[in-house]
Design a protein around this ligand. Structure first.
Ligand code: ATP
Ligand code: MG
Length: 443
């Protein structure tokens, strides 16, 4: 039972094997980073900053205490100089000044808090801190003394620990590197699977992938080997069936011809006439079988311009007195078994011409599907019989009407050929009034 969460996950997570395996690598990587960053900030950064702030605050406190101990101004000047050399703090004193009354702003988050705490603890006098607004500038601390204000300019590096950035840089950098290496390896693992899928797909469409070879991990190789074996078995099976069909049909022709000769020598009588009709019928059926068997023969697909092939079919039909309108706007090139495909389309056109007066062929490409429609203005086929007419030797009229005489293999062969190309065909109502045969092929 899919819950909304699992449904969302199915939709949001990557669908390809490559994407999924990358996710499997990336998820723990990110988790580790988050955890270590958290631990780092919580422990290392906090402790470091506290110590640094304590050091600076202690230095300022020391200067203030020294001043109180020295008492005279000359000694002061020297002290300021020594302080600057030894602690990097620039200290100066503004006599008789009073700190302006300024509300404490809480701008800089935890570093600010830590520094203020340290100052409060070590300086023990009213103070104000000026945080620089730009990156390069230093921090200024103002401390209110009894006779004026002491300013201390603190260089940034005395408060900020630069290892923070280096740590994060290393972490992100190394995981990016790891990710790139993993992506490269993964791609190589997925490629053979993709190739196998392609090979299976083109075999299903009746095309061959001559450069398919076994590669990749053991399991993928096994699947590939199983696929090749299956492909051979199917080929052998089809070949066997075709050979048998054409063999039987061929062998039956000889006795049939003999029977026809013997019938010709018999005198005219109703029984002989019936026999003759039956023999003719059998002959036609055998011809049909042979045509069917040929349709499955070992023809290999070649890239064919659909318009040229359809033009030929239309020309042939025209010679037999069937007017055909062909509409094909763009050039469509497809891998086709030309003979089988021409026969299949001709069967549809022949049906349309036999049952209707005019025939329309339309070919269009729709995305990765090529659609060929054969319409006529004949009586059509009732919806409930549109599946049955594909059965071998099934004919609608019931009677063996010599006028529309056929064996009932035309549609069977046609659909077989289209399926052999990885496509299919269906029957429908035509807007022209008769039947619409709709052929769909993978482009
Ligand atoms: N365009 C069509 N309009 C109406 N009925 C059709 C049409 N095409 C086929 N049919 C019906 O479907 C049946 C089967 O067609 P199919 O092409 O398989 O055999 P056939 O035309 O009778 O013989 P053949 O083997 O010579 O083609 C036909 O006998 C006919 O009844
Ligand atoms: Mg037919």
């Amino acid at each position: 039972m899919p819950t909304p969460v699992t449904r969302w996950m199915k939709r949001a997570l990557p669908h390809s094997l490559f994407g999924r395996s990358l996710l499997i690598i990336v998820m723990p990587l990110i988790l580790v980073q988050v955890i270590s960053t958290y631990v780092f900030y919580d422990r290392h950064w906090f402790t470091m900053t506290k110590r640094l702030a304590g050091g600076v605050a202690g230095d300022i406190g020391l200067v203030i205490d020294q001043r109180a101990a020295l008492g005279n101004d000359q000694a002061w000047q020297r002290t300021f100089y020594t302080v600057q050399v030894d602690t990097e703090l620039v200290v100066y004193f503004r006599k008789a000044e009073i700190l302006p009354n300024r509300p404490e702003e809480d701008l800089f988050g935890s570093l600010d808090d830590i520094f203020r705490d340290a100052l409060r603890e070590r300086v023990r006098r009213p103070f104000q801190v000026d945080w620089p607004t730009t990156e390069e500038r230093d921090i200024t601390v103002h401390v209110q003394l009894a006779d004026g204000v002491l300013n201390a300019v603190v260089p940034r590096q005395r408060l900020y620990s630069s290892t923070t950035y280096i740590f994060i840089l290393w972490m992100v950098g190394s995981s990016l590197l790891l990710f790139a290496v993993a992506a490269g390896f993964m791609r190589n693992q997925v490629r053979p699977i993709r190739r196998l899928a392609q090979a299976a797909d083109s075999f299903g469409k009746g095309r061959d992938l001559p450069d398919f070879h076994l590669s990749g991990a053991t399991e993928v190789r096994r699947a590939g080997a199983a696929f090749i074996e299956m492909r051979e078995r199917i080929r052998r099976h089809v070949q066997q069936r075709t050979d048998m069909l054409s063999g039987v049909s061929h062998d039956l022709r000889t006795p049939l011809t003999r029977m026809k000769l013997q019938l010709a020598m018999l005198g005219p009588s109703p029984e002989v006439d019936d026999l003759r009709t039956d023999v003719t019928e059998m002959e036609r059926m055998i011809e049909g079988y042979l045509a069917f068997a040929r349709g499955e023969g070992g023809e290999t697909p070649v890239p064919t311009e659909l318009k040229d092939l359809l033009d030929e079919v239309v020309a042939t039909a025209g010679r037999e007195g069937v007017p055909v309108d062909l509409e094909i706007r763009e050039p469509i090139k497809l891998p086709l078994k030309p003979q089988a495909f021409r026969r299949a389309i001709s069967n549809l056109v022949a049906n349309a011409g036999k049952f209707g007066k005019r025939v329309w062929i339309t070919a269009t490409r729709r995305g990765d599907v090529v659609e060929i429609l054969v319409d006529d203005d004949g009586p059509g086929i009732p919806a409930e019989q549109r599946e049955e007419v594909f059965r071998p030797f099934f004919r609608l009229e019931g009677s063996r009407n010599p006028e529309t005489g056929g064996v009932g293999l035309g549609l069977t062969i046609a659909r077989d050929v289209f399926r052999g190309h990885g496509g299919d065909m269906t029957l429908d109502d035509s807007p022209r009034g008769g039947l619409r045969a709709c052929v769909r092929l993978p482009a």
